[in-house]
Design a protein around this ligand. Structure first.
Ligand code: ADP
Ligand code: F6P
Length: 477
């Protein structure tokens, strides 16, 4: 939050997101440690430096007692964070249930989980009620900390009901809402029992934004009119703080790690996947495509290794637990099939890597595999490009990730469902000439370093400021 150069901040920004940038781990009755949270939302927002930011959200932990809540509030205040305390039942119904079991798969075109489709249908009403209750709890905390002139920036599908709660309390509040996931086509969206209520509530915001085109909301170039109120709707492509990654590569500890990794995998090309362990990331499909590549290219079998680093996420949701076992089973089978006593083709880690270790891995990678079945943007692809100035490795990228629109010309685009095509792309990437790699990398590097997280936030906030001024002018006429 603090500016290094002493210049005044432009504006106070209240970021409201389900997830705080740090997650809390209890160490004692009144002591907490804070760990950086995983995910693109956190990565992007941490790259925004030019606003005086307060972040309101859930610390990822149940804190039923007052002593614990007080201590955690104090620890978070040092990071400019303000907690929303959600009890276990609300988390179960709102976060695990409505957000992650209903909205998340629906917004990514995956449908409801097959096995518990009926159970989900039955629990829908109570989960939606919990969703609204949780959103109101976020609104209450915002209202407590709001100061006149603040910009309130709500994030993601967890908080679609929030703009309405905020505007009901104070219609003059400047409220923007940004979606980090794809917005489903209206044919998909209309299956949602709460479809109109959610959309109406989002349209209570002054500005609605998303990474890519918002298909479900039809409107004019000025926005969407609902009950006499005009809401601006636009796409604001997100980015990363690319300099942070480039600078990290200069740190001696990272250089040392790069050297170790090069020695460890010398004589082999390194392929890399970095994902939250989520069904939208297409991890089983990616690994099966790699297996097909090994099957069809015996000459490559001892010359290539796939490192798949998958941080566990939403581990209380059964669909995610099933995914973990499925990935382990496939990796074990392929390593059994193609491995030897001294080497295995796939190294799979279920864990989060620290920032420096991640940068070193990106830097030694020859081919990155981003094969999401759907993805809002996918910032891993941006991070990889930012760390590849020396190596100029190849990015294999799903055509269903938002990043395909920005990095498509430099990447090899694939349909992640088509394992034959992905296997062929792996061969193409590994055999690509240095000139071709250089050309593709330059295209992507230019984009990633130009369209940063800071630019994204500035565009959103300035559009929000303008929208509110225009609305005031319209009503005063
Ligand atoms: P999402 O928001 O769906 O998680 P993104 O690709 O946009 O997808 O962002 C993922 C973020 O989480 C990136 O900043 C990436 O570095 C980080 N991340 C993902 N997996 C890991 C991991 N295993 N270890 C460390 N960071 C990770
Ligand atoms: O948009 C994807 C998202 O929901 C982001 O909000 C966040 O970056 C990521 O998934 C992490 O998910 P969670 O907060 O459920 O761990």
């Amino acid at each position: 939050c603090e500016r290094q150069d002493g210049r005044p901040f432009r504006q106070r920004l209240l970021v409201v997101a389900n997830r705080l940038p740090v997650s809390a781990v209890r160490r004692g009755e009144d002591s907490w440690s804070l760990e950086i949270s995983a995910g693109g939302l956190v990565t992007a927002l941490l790259g925004v430096k030019e606003f005086e930011t307060r972040w309101i959200g859930w610390a990822g932990v149940n804190v039923p007692d007052e002593i614990g809540q007080k201590a955690l509030t104090k620890a978070l205040a040092e990071k400019w964070c303000i907690p929303v305390f959600l009890d276990e039942e609300i988390v179960h119904q709102y976060y695990n249930g409505y957000c992650n079991n209903i909205l998340w798969p629906l917004f990514h075109y995956l449908g409801l989980p097959q096995e518990d489709r009926l159970a989900t249908t039955r629990s829908f009403q109570s989960q939606f009620a919990a969703y609204k209750k949780a959103n109101q709890m976020f609104a209450d905390v915002v209202n407590m900390h709001y100061e006149e002139g603040d910009v309130v920036w709500c994030h993601d599908y967890h908080l679609m009901y929030l703009p309405e709660c905020l505007k009901n309390h104070n219609n003059n509040m400047k409220v923007g809402w940004f979606l980090h996931t794809p917005f489903p086509s209206s044919e998909i969206h209309r299956t949602l029992p709460s479809r109109s209520e959610l959309l109406r509530s989002v349209l209570a915001a002054d500005l609605v934004g998303a990474c890519t085109r918002i298909l479900g909301i039809e409107g004019t170039p000025e926005g969407v009119e609902d009950q006499g109120r005009l809401t601006r709707v636009a796409a604001f492509p997100i980015g990363i703080d690319s300099l942070r990654f480039q600078n990290a590569l200069l740190v001696p500890q990272v250089q040392e790690h790069i050297k170790e990794l090069k020695e460890r995998f010398s004589g082999r090309k390194v392929m890399l996947g970095v994902d939250r362990l989520d069904m939208i990331k297409g991890i089983p499909q990616k690994i099966l495509a790699f297996e097909k590549f090994l099957e069809e290219n015996p000459n490559w079998r001892d010359k290539v290794v796939l490192l798949q680093i998958a941080v566990p996420t939403r581990t209380d949701v059964p669909e995610y637990q099933k995914l973990t076992s499925q990935v382990h089973e496939i990796v074990g089978r392929i390593n059994g099939r193609f491995g030897s006593l001294t080497a295995v083709p796939i190294h799979h880690l279920d864990r989060s890597l620290d920032f420096h270790a991640l940068c070193a891995l990106y830097a030694v990678t020859d081919v990155a595999l981003v094969t999401s079945l759907r993805d809002g943007m996918n910032l891993v692809s941006y991070e990889f490009v930012a760390c590849q100035e020396a190596k100029k490795g190849v990015l294999i990228l799903s055509e269903f990730a938002g990043a395909a629109q920005s990095l498509g010309a430099g990447a090899i685009l694939v349909n992640p469902w088509n394992i034959t095509e992905v296997a062929a792309s792996i061969a193409q990437a590994l055999n690509m000439s240095a000139e071709e790699r250089e050309k593709r990398h330059q295209h992507n590097f230019h984009h990633v370093t130009k369209h940063t997280a800071q630019e994204w936030a500035e565009m959103f906030v300035s559009e929000l400021n303008d929208t509110v001024v225009e609305a005031q002018l319209r009503t005063s006429k």
